[in-house]
Design a protein. Sequence first.
Length: 148
Amino acid sequence: MFFRFALSIVKSAEVAEDIVQDVLLKMWQKADEVENHKAWGMRLIRNLSLDKLKASQAKVVGIADGFSMETSMPSPLDNTIGKNISSLLQKALDNLNEQQRMCWQLREIESYSYQEIADTCNLTLDQVRVNIFRARKSLQQQLQVLRS
């Protein structure tokens, strides 16, 4: 969970591993001081990942790069269609602002509750709901091409 989230922000698996290792060390050292370890860990992952991005001027990794959506051996046509859909989805995600993208990824990919997203991103529940609503609406409009 931590690794996937870090990987969804930074481009490199090695950098994501380093971030997770740093976060786990911090969590171990302050385990008694924190109530919600999962939310605090995700917030640390988010902050360290964004710091690494800013430091290295890296780009956000694509959703298709960090996750395998295949369940069996697809045909070449399925591969082509899947790559096109992934490419369109990645372009649509890139057009979202950072808060909307983070909230959407935590909800739709990591299956976080609204409260967990609020705790992780340091937002109110209403802000989380608005960001997810706007992200879904924007993605729906941008991906309208797929329906035709």
